[in-house]
Design a protein around this ligand. Structure first.
Ligand code: ADP
Length: 480
């Protein structure tokens, strides 16, 4: 069976900040059935998950990074119940922090370039020693985007140059751009290859990976189409590399996201009685947050950013509630301080209609998926979006903008689909979608039969895992 190493900065349950963590934690569980054994390697953080575990050493090494000598250790869990091998890279002083990306001030770590380069060099350095080998290296997002370059062009790592690399883009907006001043932090390579690292006079990790990886995939087919049309200053690059690009839809780990066994839920689904399951969870949520009942409950979970349309949602909601719209809303997320403040202000203004919870809280997220009637995603762009899939699995109707992976997974009910879809995310479109949701809620039978339809849909990983496995095999075949 071919062996794949997923290289990532996130992997649920060890470290998750968003959808990439879900994907890297789930895909390896589904790949063996499709003929590919997966392992995962991530940095060793100092969060609760890592603190509660014991590790054993697999390897150690050191390398120069600019003026610094970096020592690293590769470790694995002493007792592993994850279902795949998880390696972590111990880099003291760089990753032994609680948060994955954000400093205590809520901004990204200032030493992000050093952290990313150190992690990637340590992984490649370890692989080049050759004691543990893999047939494919699957890099995830810009944080691992320099690896396809390192294995091709770093003089010390040439032994890896025939190992195929795949770049999976979970979010093309983040590029990992560094000033050229720190180019000497990279493992030595011939300066004739500088141009490969460069995009718009910066070292651009994502652009480098798009140039060097053997294949590039986004996490939904429609998002790939969208970035081919417009990826800002990188559109031209995507066009040049179009021959090796494809989109593979994300899936749901149906064992982990199972309303009948979800350990986060106080009220689990029993004997497929969905009405009771939804009622119990909705009642608990309304009570917890002091919200009005006898009206639809709409949830929002995610980063409070422009990408997710959280700013638009706040305005749309304010206008709707000021004209007494009959709905309650619960918002869970963290992000831009101005959007957080605006949403908290709304909760104060309409305490019986809006609850805003500023936190990252896996348990509450599960309760929202389980207890809401609708989940709204007014995203301006959405590479795949997992929330709508989790929502449907927990009997919650998605209300989504028609972008990215949302288009691939949520057709509108007017065309016999499974959710409420609105064009271009703007305040009026969101308001209209909420009106449709309120109207649908009143049609009890239609509402219930839509819910019954949702929970039977199959968005599991099995099909997409097969597509990944075929992709890996095609690269292995192309070597011969
Ligand atoms: P992203 O662009 O942030 O990766 P996705 O839709 O791909 O968005 O994935 C989001 C994942 O992160 C889902 O598992 C969602 O439940 C989770 N999530 C996002 N924000 C929060 C939060 N504040 N608390 C708990 N889970 C969250």
């Amino acid at each position: 069976m071919k062996k794949v190493l997923h290289i990532s900065s996130e992997c649920y349950p060890a470290a998750k900040a968003g959808g990439m963590g879900d994907v890297v934690g789930a895909l390896p569980l589904y790949l063996p059935a499709a003929g590919a054994k997966s392992s995962v390697i991530i940095p060793k953080y100092a969060n609760k998950w890592f603190k509660g575990k014991t590790f054993k050493a697999v390897a150690k090494g050191s390398f120069a990074m600019g003026p610094y000598q970096i020592d690293y250790k590769i470790q694995t869990l002493k007792k592993n119940t994850l279902g795949y091998d998880l390696y972590c890279v111990d880099l003291p002083g760089l990753f032994d922090r609680d948060s994955i990306y954000l400093d205590v001030d809520g901004h990204g770590y200032k030493d992000e370039p050093q952290r990313n380069i150190a992690f990637q060099t340590a992984v490649v350095d370890w692989l080049a020693k050759g004691k543990t080998s893999f047939d494919i290296l699957n890099c995830h997002d810009h944080m691992t985007g320099l690896i396809p370059f390192m294995v091709k062009y770093a003089t010390a790592y040439q032994s890896l140059s025939s190992t195929p690399t795949v770049l999976t883009i979970h979010n093309g907006m983040y590029k990992g751009e560094f000033d050229w001043k720190i180019a000497n932090y990279l493992p030595p390579y011939s300066s004739q290859h500088d141009g490969i690292l460069d995009w718009d006079h910066k070292i651009n990790s994502l652009a480098t990976a798009i140039k060097c990886a053997w294949k590039v995939n986004t996490v939904s087919p429609n998002y790939m189409k969208e970035i081919m049309r417009d990826a800002g200053p990188m559109t031209h690059l995507y066009h040049m590399e179009e021959h090796k690009c494809l989109g593979i839809l994300n899936g749901v780990d149906t064992k982990l996201w199972d309303p009948s066994t979800d350990s986060f839920l106080e009220h689990k689904l029993q004997d497929h009685v969905w009405v009771k399951f939804k009622q119990q969870n909705k009642t608990a949520l309304l009570k917890q947050f002091g919200l009005k009942s006898r009206r639809p409950l709409v949830g929002f979970i995610g980063r409070l950013t422009d990408q997710k349309g959280a700013d638009l949602l706040a305005e749309a909601l304010d206008q709707k509630l000021s004209s007494n719209a009959n709905l309650s809303m619960i918002i869970l997320g963290t992000g831009d301080v101005s959007i957080e403040a605006r949403l908290q202000e709304l909760a104060k203004k309409y305490p019986k209609s809006v609850a805003t919870y500023i936190a990252y809280d896996e348990g509450l997220a599960r309760s929202i998926y389980a207890g809401c009637d609708y989940l709204i995603m007014p995203s301006r762009f959405e590479p795949c979006g997992l929330n709508q899939l989790f929502a449907m699995r927990y009997g919650t109707i998605p209300v989504v903008s028609d972008v990215g992976g949302l288009v691939d997974t949520v057709p509108d009910i007017s065309i016999k689909g499974n959710g409420i879809v609105f064009g271009h995310s703007n305040i009026y479109a969101i308001q209209h979608a909420l009106e449709r949701a309120i109207a649908l809620y009143k049609e009890k039978n239609t509402f219930k039969s839509l819910r019954s339809k949702l929970v039977k849909l199959d968005y599991s990983w099995s099909k997409s895992a097969e597509t990944y496995a075929k992709l890996y095999q095609s690269l292995i075949n192309s070597k011969v």
